[in-house]
Structures are given as structure tokens and as C-alpha cells.
Design a protein around this ligand. Structure first.
Ligand code: CTP
Length: 394
């Protein structure tokens, strides 16, 4: 496929080199179109060598080839990463002072913007309005990640991980649906940890891969996504807001807060059913005699609580269940008991589920037929969930 990689003049331009490599190594033909200021950060020879194509910023070179029209017209995808506040403003207003802005005006293919800038600039009403305009016109604008910015400060404004931007682009190239546009979605991911003492905890093997696949795919389908991540060490999914928690109590609080006004809540996190009844304030020391047993107490069931509390929102509640035996019977009983709309049932074992990139599942549907998802990437399970959610929302 023919991809145009637009690069605007921001410090994150160096990360676009990695994005470029991901495209070229997967067989895409990439034309890099930097702005003049982008070349202050990464020079023309780097882009030319990595893309295998000549690189120019203005419309006055190779005029006989009419590049200001041709590059945009022939593209299957235009992705601008990083997109600066200035570039977003120019694109929203249709300015055409250089090759990149000309390309944006002539492109009729999908356009993805991955903004990166300081938090104040991202949150400024002018930028908000420009992003809203671009989205209204059908462009995909990936919300920046939250984290360390150029200086010592942190906040929303970081360019998402290049591999995450790449995944969004691949989905767009495949023509994936945008059927969650305007929907507010909450996903819990990872596994909770319950403190025994300041250095020890009771936890589980959940990596967060399935929850992050759900978040990534929902964002790519147009949703506004909040991920409540319990002890996940993966890169933030592109376009999602990540709230980090550790214990079940923290997860409960964050999920309930994020669920107010949400259309969909998906609880993919592996939540500890029990926690130590007494948390020791100091480290438990080895003693000569038998160790003290750890007494456990029950944690609140967040999924069941959401099901009971449900008013107008959330419209759709999705639970997960890992079962080792009588998978479908246990799953159907759990679906009814927890009061959710969909329950994704995994059979644990055979190298499926925890920590692996693949999964196979059955999506149980309240009042409907189960949907079998054959073994494949966790994105496939995620897409099957969103297909069923979108059907329920409409
Ligand atoms: N869950 C939750 N709060 C808990 C435990 C689980 O919200 N305290 C959610 C999980 O995120 C998951 C679903 O409930 O979406 C299924 O969890 P599971 O532990 O399998 O359900 P249980 O009712 O505990 O059933 P089991 O008897 O199999 O332990």
C-alpha cells in the first residue's frame, strides 16, 4: 500500500523514524513529507535513506511531476506523526503553504493525525476546535498519550508509542469500522494486587494484553477510551486515557468514577476475589516457629455492583470469565448472576489466556446466541466483543 508519512516540526519527529521502519519492513511504500521545521529535528538524508525515496518540503522541486497533487492523490493512507498545533490549525483551515499541507488537501484516502505538543497547547480552545473540525470531516485524530514531555513536566501531549500508531494505521488501511465514534468506553485491564505487608502482595498472572487490545481496538473504532490498568507494564494503547491502580479497592473506585456517563464498561481485569484481612504495616519477619496463616476477606464484586447499580448508564456491561471446566455452563450461570450483557469466557490452559498474544473465547450474549471466536490474536477477541457491543448499542 502507498503511505504518506507527514512529519511536522516537533521534538517527537525522531519517533517517526521508527514508524517509518514499521511501514517499510511490512512491505508498504512510504513517501515521507516533512515540514521545513521537521527537518530541524531529523534531517532529509535520514528520511530519504529510510524510505528509499527523495524527500522535499516544498512544492517547487520536481515541478514537472506535480508532486503537490500527485503524492496526495495516489496515497492509500496519509499519517501525520507528530502533528503539531500549527499543523493541525493549517489542516483544519485548509492552508496550503508547503508540500505536506498541499498533500492533505489533495488526499482522498483516510488521514490519521497523531498530535504531540505541550499540554497547554493541546488543551487550548483553538487546538480543541481544530481537532473537532478535523474529526467532523472524517480524519482520525489519535489523542496524545499522557506522560513525560520535553522538559521536566508531564501531562497529555506525548506522541503514542510508534508501534501503537502503526497498529491504528494498519486497521485504517484494512478498512476497519468506525462504529464506536462518539461512544464513551471504559476498559479494566491487568490484574489486581493485594498487599500483605509493605513488600509482599497476593496477585495473579494477568498481563493486561487482552484489556489493552480491547482499548486499542475501541479507540481505533472511534471510541473515547479510559483504561483502568492494574499493574500493567505494556506501552499505553494509542488514543486511550490510562488510569493506573494497584488494588481491587482502587480499581473499583476508578471504574465506578469512569463509568459515570459511559456507554460501555468492559471488565477484562483479573480481580482478586480475596485480600488479606490485616495488612501489616511493617515487613513480616521470619520466625523460628510455624508462620502465621494469612487470613483472607472478600473483595467487593465490581462487575456485580455495576450490574445492580445500572440506570441509564452504562448501556452495555461486559464481563470476562476464566474457567477451567464446564466452561459454557459456568459462563451462562455467571452471565445471569452478574447481570451483564455480554460475558467473554476463556478456557484456561493449553497456552491460552495469561501472558500470551493469542486467545480463543466464547462471547455469551444475554438473550442471544453465543459467538465463538477461534484461536487468534487478542485483537480478534476484542473485535468480536466490539461487534457485539455495537450491535447492542444500535
Ligand atoms: N470481577 C469483579 N470483581 C471481583 C471479581 C471479579 O468485577 N471482585 C469481574 C472480573 O473483572 C470479570 C468477572 O468479574 O469480568 C468474572 O470474574 P470471576 O472471578 O471469574 O467471577 P466469580 O464470580 O468470582 O466466579 P468464580 O466462582 O469463578 O470465582
Amino acid at each position: 500500500m502507498k503511505v504518506v508519512l507527514g512529519v511536522a516540526g516537533g521534538i517527537a519527529a525522531y519517533k517517526a523514524c521508527e514508524l517509518l521502519r514499521l511501514f517499510t519492513e511490512s512491505g508498504h511504500e512510504v513517501r515521507v513529507v516533512p515540514t521545513r521545521d521537521a527537518l530541524r529535528f531529523v534531517g532529509e538524508p535520514t528520511w530519504a535513506a529510510l524510505s528509499g525515496h527523495p524527500v522535499t518540503t516544498d512544492v517547487w522541486e520536481s515541478v514537472h511531476e506535480v508532486p503537490h497533487v500527485r503524492i496526495g492523490q495516489s496515497a492509500d493512507l496519509v499519517v501525520v506523526a507528530p502533528a503539531t498545533a500549527d499543523l493541525l490549525a493549517k489542516a483544519a483551515h485548509g492552508l496550503a503553504g508547503d508540500l505536506l499541507t498541499n498533500t492533505l488537501l489533495t488526499a482522498r484516502c483516510p488521514v490519521v493525525f497523531a498530535p504531540a505538543m505541550h499540554t497547554e497547547m493541546w488543551q487550548h480552545p483553538a487546538t480543541r476546535a481544530n481537532v473537532a473540525t478535523l474529526r467532523e470531516r472524517g480524519a482520525i485524530v489519535i489523542d496524545p498519550a499522557v506522560g513525560r514531555l520535553t522538559g521536566a513536566d508531564t501531562g497529555p501531549g506525548r506522541l503514542p508509542d510508534p508501534a501503537e500508531i502503526f497498529q491504528v494505521c494498519l486497521r485504517v488501511l484494512r478498512g476497519a469500522p468506525r462504529d464506536l465514534a462518539g461512544r464513551k468506553v471504559v476498559v479494566s485491564a491487568g490484574g489486581t494486587r493485594e498487599a500483605v505487608d509493605p513488600v509482599r502482595f497476593i496477585g495473579n498472572r494477568s498481563s493486561g494484553l487482552q484489556g489493552y487490545a480491547l482499548a486499542r481496538t475501541a479507540a481505533a473504532r472511534g471510541a473515547e477510551v479510559t483504561v483502568v490498568a492494574a499493574n500493567v507494564t505494556l506501552p499505553d494503547p494509542a488514543g486511550a486515557t490510562v488510569v493506573r491502580v494497584e488494588s481491587t479497592a482502587q480499581l473499583r473506585e476508578a471504574v465506578l468514577a469512569a463509568s459515570a456517563g459511559a456507554d460501555v464498561v468492559v471488565l477484562a481485569a483479573a480481580v482478586a476475589d480475596f485480600r488479606p484481612a490485616d495488612r501489616h504495616d511493617v515487613k513480616i519477619k521470619k520466625t523460628d516457629g510455624e508462620p502465621e496463616p494469612i487470613r483472607l476477606t472478600k473483595n467487593p464484586d465490581i462487575l456485580a455492583e455495576l450490574g445492580q447499580r445500572r440506570g441509564t448508564y452504562p448501556k452495555v456491561i461486559v464481563g470476562f470469565a476464566a474457567e477451567t471446566h464446564d466452561v459454557l455452563a459456568n459462563g451462562q450461570a455467571k452471565l445471569a448472576r452478574k447481570g451483564c450483557d455480554l460475558l467473554v469466557v476463556n478456557q484456561v490452559g493449553e497456552r491460552l489466556a495469561f501472558g500470551t498474544p493469542d486467545n480463543a473465547a466464547t462471547v455469551l450474549v444475554a438473550g442471544g446466541d453465543p459467538i465463538e471466536v477461534p484461536r487468534g490474536p487478542k485483537e480478534d477477541v476484542a473485535d468480536a466483543v466490539w461487534d457485539a457491543v455495537a450491535a447492542r448499542l444500535s
